[in-house]
Design a protein around this ligand. Structure first.
Ligand code: DAK
Length: 259
């Protein structure tokens, strides 16, 4: 792949890949090309055995200020249907490896929805989150009306979606939308630190654990518990389970191979 609007580094740190949105003049607005490049990069990194964790970031001013309004402005309902951007978003959501969003500046509209599609979020103190679609006569279309209430609760989500007002990083932290807020100079370093804590674990256990946590949002409790149970049993078929437990008994650090 030869991306033009994102920068992909599969070996940013050991076992950690970085995707950086790179349309700074447009505040990383997510046009169709950017979304396609993110989808393709995630697929490639998901298939790369050397990669265990993926970080998505923007720049200090903007993670992403939303879908590209200029590209959408002239479109009709049938154009939107034919473009079928949802299949791109669905592919992104199906990424098996954990994704950390490292957010500074604006994370708005589709940008906020992209953040919520990630698994964990580290934000700089200047980060702002919002679903301002209402101000341009539409509403969130890539999960904003569903993932936001699950993260921050109905009343806060309703306020964000209906007023279009932004919330600060501190508010996002208090509401449970993100994992942590750190000074702007270190938001990426902090995301890498979190990624390293995950990259040290068994990649198969990480993958199945991520899959199981996501089921909490998609299935009724009894079915999700039974799904969790099957993944749990499956891990006892891995060498990493033997290595992890033997290492504990032998009082040494485990070395996981993803087998
Ligand atoms: N699209 C296109 N260009 C954008 C943009 C956007 N979302 N956001 C900013 N830009 C451009 C500006 O037009 C400007 O370009 P020039 O005029 O210099 O050419 C440049 O970035 C710098 O922006 P500003 O001059 O406006 O910078 P300010 O600091 O004054 O303001 C701002 C920053 C972020 C508050 C402001 O730019 C702003 O309000 N931006 C729009 C935010 C917004 O409404 N976002 C939601 C867009 S709707 C879907 C999935 C998802 C979606 C739709 C469909 N499917 C799966 C079908 C999502 C929809 C959305 O996200």
């Amino acid at each position: 792949m030869n991306p033009e609007l994102i920068i992909v580094n599969p070996s940013y740190e050991e076992h950690i890949a970085l995707i950086q949105l790179n349309r700074p003049k447009e505040l990383n607005a997510l046009n169709l090309q950017v979304m396609g490049e993110i989808r393709d990069a995630l697929k490639m990194l998901d298939e790369d055995d050397n990669v265990r964790v993926i970080i998505i970031t923007g720049n200090e001013r903007a993670f992403a200020a939303g879908a590209d309004i200029k590209q959408m402005a002239g479109k009709g309902a049938i154009d939107m249907l034919k473009i079928d951007q949802f299949s791109t978003w669905d592919q992104i959501r199906k990424t098996k490896k954990p994704i950390i969003a490292a957010v500074s500046g604006f994370a708005l509209g589709g940008g906020c929805e992209l953040v919520m599609t990630c698994d964990m979020v580290v934000a700089s103190e200047t980060a702002q989150f919002g679903q301002p679609e209402i101000k341009i006569g539409i509403m969130p279309g890539a999960g904003g009306t569903q993932r936001l209430p699950r993260a921050v609760g109905k009343t806060r989500a309703m306020e964000m979606v209906l007023t279009g007002n932004f919330i600060s990083a501190e508010e996002a932290l208090k509401y449970g939308l993100i994992n942590k807020v750190v000074p702007t100079e270190v938001y990426l370093t902090e995301a890498v630190r979190m990624a390293k804590d995950i990259a040290r674990q068994s990649p198969i256990a990480v993958q199945l654990a991520k899959e199981s946590v996501l089921k909490a949002y998609e299935m009724p409790l009894q079915e999700a518990l039974s799904f969790e149970r099957k993944n749990f049993y499956m891990l006892f078929a891995t060498e990493d389970q033997k290595e992890g437990m033997n290492a504990f008994v032998e009082k040494r650090n485990a070395s996981f191979k993803g087998q």
